[in-house]
Design a protein around this ligand. Structure first.
Ligand SMILES: [Mg+2]
Length: 235
């Protein structure tokens, strides 16, 4: 079994429940418009949001355009004229408040902390991710937090990981492992940058991406099986 020293964790839907955070933020935003969020509204929002992010990933629009138009586009369906950038700011302030932990996340991080160097690697807005990590209680267990906004690159880009590795003293490539829920960002990124990968797949999604992780787990506690030194200490 391989010996790992550096563990790189994704945040959203790996350690913190972004689905729950997003839903709560949308609910608050709807309440401000005197509306009650239904599951159909939620589905519609996700559809619009996803298509804008796809356009961004394909180089058709800028990131700011995604953020500043998603709510104006969405509420137009309800014949509501809203200022997209104002709603985006409000939405972001609600997102910052959401920090529900994924089942087993805190226990895992506390157990790993004495034995490994733990790092966060996340795509997102620094202020938002920083606050959510602190409020969840996870923050003190990580040696460094790397947010794409600060690095100028994002997962899965190799440049993002090079930026991270360059900032870890005496980093050695063969001893890194990334743990995340996204095949296209976390697992692909790990592969591009030459580290082993662990796909957190709680919903047992079928992998049709062509990106194959080194390990796959359904629950965070299964990481014990990948990290043998931890098993020894907990026995
Ligand atoms: Mg994620």
């Amino acid at each position: 079994m391989k010996t790992y020293k550096y563990l790189f964790f994704d945040i959203d839907d790996t350690l913190l429940d972004f689905q729950a955070t997003e839903k709560e933020a949308l609910r608050s935003l709807f309440a401000e418009q005197n509306m009650v969020l239904t599951s159909e509204d939620e589905r519609r929002y996700k559809e619009i949001n996803q298509s804008l992010w796809n356009a961004y990933e394909n180089g058709k629009i800028e990131r700011d355009e995604v953020l500043n138009t998603r709510f104006s586009t969405f509420f137009k369906q309800y014949n509501l004229e809203v200022d997209g950038s104002v709603l985006e700011k409000k939405y972001r302030s609600y997102l910052e408040q959401g920090h529900q932990l994924i089942d087993g996340a805190m226990e895992l991080i506390m157990e790993l902390h004495p034995h490994y160097e733990l790092y966060i690697v996340t795509n997102g807005v620094s202020k938002t991710q920083d606050r959510r990590l602190r409020d969840s209680g996870l923050y003190p267990y990580f040696k460094k937090v790397f947010v794409s906004e600060d690095t100028g690159f994002q997962k899965p880009m190799k440049e993002f990981f090079d930026y991270v590795f360059d900032r870890i003293p005496s980093y050695t490539l063969g001893h890194g492992l990334i743990i995340g829920d996204s095949l296209s960002a976390d697992i692909k990124g790990g592969q591009l940058s030459g580290i082993d990968t662990c796909w957190y797949n709680p919903l047992r999604k079928v992998n049709q991406s062509g990106v194959n992780p080194t390990y796959e787990i359904q629950h965070l506690k299964e990481i014990h099986e990948i990290l043998p030194s931890m098993v020894k200490t907990s026995n």
